[in-house]
Write a protein that binds this ligand. Sequence first.
Ligand code: HEC
Ligand code: HEC
Ligand code: HEC
Length: 276
Amino acid sequence: MNRNRATCEQCHGDTPHESSIINEHNVKVACQTCHIPIYAKVNATQLHWDWSTAGKMKDGEPYIEHDEDGNATYKSIKGSFTWGKNLKPDYCWFNGTADHYFIGDKVDTLSVIKMNTLNGEYADRDSKIIPIKIHTARQIYDCANSMIIQPKLFSEAKGGGGYWKDFDWNIAAKMGMKAVDEPYSGNYCFVNTVMYWPINHMVSTADKAVSCIECHTRDNGRLASLNDFYMPGRNYSAGIDNIGILLIIFSFAGVTLHGLVRIVFYRKNNQGGNHE
Ligand code: HEC
Ligand code: HEC
Ligand code: HEC
């Protein structure tokens, strides 16, 4: 819920810059969008979690693998992980309200299942562009009932049905769904899911703020994926550009013609010899 949070504006005000052009961005661009140029600056952040690879054993025992920074890339109990550092955020419109996947919601698997949806669009007066992290995963899913499965993960000892002890997805799914009072068909698979995380921490010093040209450019700028509005320097209309070019050509032709006509008439008048 986007309530009762300290906001940048409560300390800095709505117009912290001398430049009014920067201040005017506040209507549609959140402070964070310019002031968090990269995230995961010190520690790596998790980007992908694949539950489907869980359950492998070494000498009959669960194991863990790490990368050179010490982040777990594989855990028998949880699957594989991908990490990232010094990342450029993604961007989306956000009006402060969100929707979430709840246990029991039915969804078709043809597309990626959204675990949350951040609401907003350019036309919405409350929406601003914010920086986000996009986290993806592969999660256990009931293919017949079309819902994400809540598996039972924990149990004290082997035989209790928890995946982390018994490594049996089918039993873990059956017991987990029973515990949350939802049906389980006995048929599980893994589906792709996605989560959107607003980024509010890791503000950089002012000299590292995102520069004008990183957004106001035609080639693959930071806001290239947000296409529901006009942005100077990025968007243009070929028609209006052509009219502009024609206007310049006509003006030039007009001036040249006018000059020529004046020269011709000046000469004519001089040849005639009738100065007044
Ligand atoms: C609780 C009050 C508070 C909040 C909330 C706050 N700031 Fe600040 N911010 C400060 C203070 C105080 C300074 C000055 C620190 C200094 O001069 O060392 C500062 C400094 C800054 C600077 C300049 C840093 C530099 O040295 O170049 C930027 C940029 C900034 N804040 C952006 C933000 C953004 C963006 C947010 C919201 C995500 C935010 N602030 C939220 C109090 C706050
Ligand atoms: C369009 C990009 C953009 C947005 C949006 C933006 N800023 Fe900035 N901000 C900058 C740039 C660039 C600078 C450095 C140049 C300057 O100070 O004018 C800066 C400087 C600052 C500074 C340091 C000012 C100083 O005098 O040292 C603070 C504090 C700050 N911004 C806070 C904010 C807050 C709070 C918001 C949201 C209300 C915000 N900014 C929105 C680009 C932006
Ligand atoms: C984070 C991306 C971003 C950065 C950085 C950024 N802009 Fe923008 N700018 C936008 C967006 C988005 C709009 C469109 C806002 C709208 O339609 O209301 C915009 C609009 C504008 C406009 C049109 C203003 C208007 O009132 O219609 C100007 C001029 C502009 N920006 C100049 C700048 C300058 C100069 C800088 C650098 C100091 C800058 N921008 C940095 C995203 C950015």
